[in-house]
Design a protein around this ligand. Structure first.
Ligand code: DC
Length: 225
């Protein structure tokens, strides 16, 4: 099996770029952030403070999270309910950043990520895929862009959805998540020593996908279907 690990900060375009690259080579795309978001969603639904480690850990035994696929589209199930469409709100984003800093939560989600890689050719994106979840991945990419550019893209995305947003607010939120993700004690966001850095600040979407595909092709040849 082939594994491509794509890590990087929030808003670097990891999921859209990874999804398109996976489609192009017939690999399964795995968005691991959705697992953390599903846990965060459950925590919020149960009125638990996502920064309260003890309370979050106490809730884990009542949670079951797993991946599913509809065609090539990943779905995430929380206690058998498909919650995929409920995970992309700012509240869930912030809570996911908090719960992902808890070691027990990371451990809780670890095996799902490894299991899916064992049975499929995958492009998996997250924060610690190349460093921790799949240290033996044949390809490791660290996908990044400046904070301002990442905030600009997110701002446009939210505006297009019809949401009233303030750019400075989006930028501050994003910097806060960077700070959380990079400075937590367990599995912080780090570039793996053997990862290739792709900075998409000056690239459009198509160029970013091409850059990724070129690296994959160089490392493992044409994607095996
Ligand atoms: O990629 P995303 O924005 O959907 O991720 C949501 C949160 O989950 C983010 O704050 C970092 C965390 N996360 C993580 O710690 N490890 C991963 N492999 C994926 C996501």
């Amino acid at each position: 099996m082939y594994a491509v690990a794509i890590d990087g900060p929030a808003g670097a375009g990891k999921s859209t770029i990874s999804r398109a690259a996976a489609k192009a080579i017939g690999f399964l795309y795995v968005d691991t952030g959705a697992l953390y978001r599903a846990v965060a969603y459950d925590i919020l639904q149960n009125q638990i403070d996502p920064t309260d480690q003890k309370a979050v850990c106490g809730r884990l035994s009542a949670i079951e999270v797993h991946f599913g696929y509809e065609g090539s589209e990943q779905q995430v199930y929380l206690n058998q309910e498909n919650v995929t469409d409920k995970l992309r709100t700012p509240q869930v984003s912030a809570a996911a950043s908090s719960v992902s800093a808890i070691g027990a939560v990371r451990q809780f989600l670890f095996s799902q990520q490894q299991d899916i890689a064992r049975e499929n050719n995958i492009i998996m994106d997250g924060r610690d895929i190349g460093t921790f979840v799949l240290p033996n991945a044949q390809v490791k990419i660290y996908l990044t862009a400046t904070a301002e550019e990442r905030a600009r893209r997110r701002f446009e995305e939210l505006r297009q959805k019809g949401e009233t947003v303030d750019f400075q607010h989006v930028l501050a939120d994003l910097k806060k998540r960077d700070e959380n993700d990079m400075n937590r004690d367990v599995s912080p966001l780090r570039q793996a020593p053997d990862a290739i850095v792709v900075d998409t600040s000056q690239m459009d979407f198509a160029q970013s996908v091409q850059a990724i595909l070129k690296i994959i092709e160089k490392k493992i040849g044409q994607g095996k279907k």
